[in-house]
Design a protein around this ligand. Sequence first.
Ligand SMILES: NC(=O)c1ccc[n+]([C@@H]2O[C@H](COP(=O)([O-])OP(=O)(O)OC[C@H]3O[C@@H](n4cnc5c(N)ncnc54)[C@H](O)[C@@H]3O)[C@@H](O)[C@H]2O)c1
Ligand SMILES: [Zn+2]
Ligand SMILES: [Zn+2]
Length: 329
Amino acid sequence: MRAVRIESNHKIDVIELPAPIAKDREIVVRPVACGICGTDLHICQHGFPGTNYPVTPGHEFAGHVVAAGREVKGIKEGDFVAVNPNVSCGACEWCKEGKPHLCNALTPIGVGRPGAAAEQVVVPGQNAHVVRESIGYGVAALIEPLACALHAVESSQGVRDRRVLVIGAGTMGLLTSIIARHHGAAEVTVIDPNQGKHPIAVDVGAHKVATPEQLGDERYEVVFEAAGAMPALRMALNHIRKTGVLVQVGVHNVEAIVEVNPFTIYEHELRIIGSNSLANQFPAAVDLMYDIAQPAGKLIGETYSVWDFGAAVQKMASSSAVKTQLRFD
Ligand SMILES: NC(=O)c1ccc[n+]([C@@H]2O[C@H](COP(=O)([O-])OP(=O)(O)OC[C@H]3O[C@@H](n4cnc5c(N)ncnc54)[C@H](O)[C@@H]3O)[C@@H](O)[C@H]2O)c1
Ligand SMILES: [Zn+2]
Ligand SMILES: [Zn+2]
């Protein structure tokens, strides 16, 4: 089969590999849609923690099952599935605590093990979730980032009737905004310096959209930092209402440090919470996607053939579109 392969020197090729064979608890999936995101850009450009080079990328995908191992339950050949890319060990303290995303031996599909930018990909059966095909291929491939956004919203311990500030109008920020509205937030304000992102933020339901300069000094009960940029985090810290919560969704450079005022944390009884990938939210994200497929689908921008992976990642980096996806025809 053909597969995209990124070498440790970041060279991208399409190569011929033996088709994968499903072990007893595994399935083989033929992908039909796959999103690309900042993680793929890091893998291509300067490395991402946990990458096992040479690697076939692709971790936000959906496809058809072409083979299922003997011990796989509830999934059969022909099923349409979306795949949770977090493959955890099942034995470490975090897995036993029911937090598989924090597994000490996590090997994410498309990062630590071969991903979906290929004609076929093998995955543990328990990571695949059957999805109604009518939802659409591209929307099914958005279930993975939706699960991450859902974990972020769940981490906030509730947005209902609260005023929400979302910093960053990319895939994460806009999916978070869609969920916040769906969960009954009183008001959702989205901030992005790129005004090209503002119309889509309104289109998917944000009540207010502004640039950082336009924000003013209002404070919010729930703030999501979904940009992964230092100015965004500084802004987030300055706009939390007393007793409010900041959810850190954006992924910063591992060495980045930001100054916080501990007196304000004490005086205002602030909470600062990290949200790392999707926790156990994948099944809930599948269900939620049936309700929000219409606004979520608006995030899908350009699509590229999987065999043009390098060009797709390059163009994504310079694009004003929200979610770039690969197609497999
Ligand atoms: N926690 C998780 O599980 C998780 C999952 C996926 C991605 N991420 C991270 O979340 C962040 C966003 O991911 P994405 O896929 O939406 O990226 P994206 O590049 O599509 O969107 C980021 C947006 O932030 C905006 N931005 C930049 N500086 C800003 C600022 N100062 N204020 C407001 N907005 C600003 C950009 O214009 C862009 O629209 C990244 O850091 C990514 O690594 C986290
Ligand atoms: Zn991703
Ligand atoms: Zn583990």
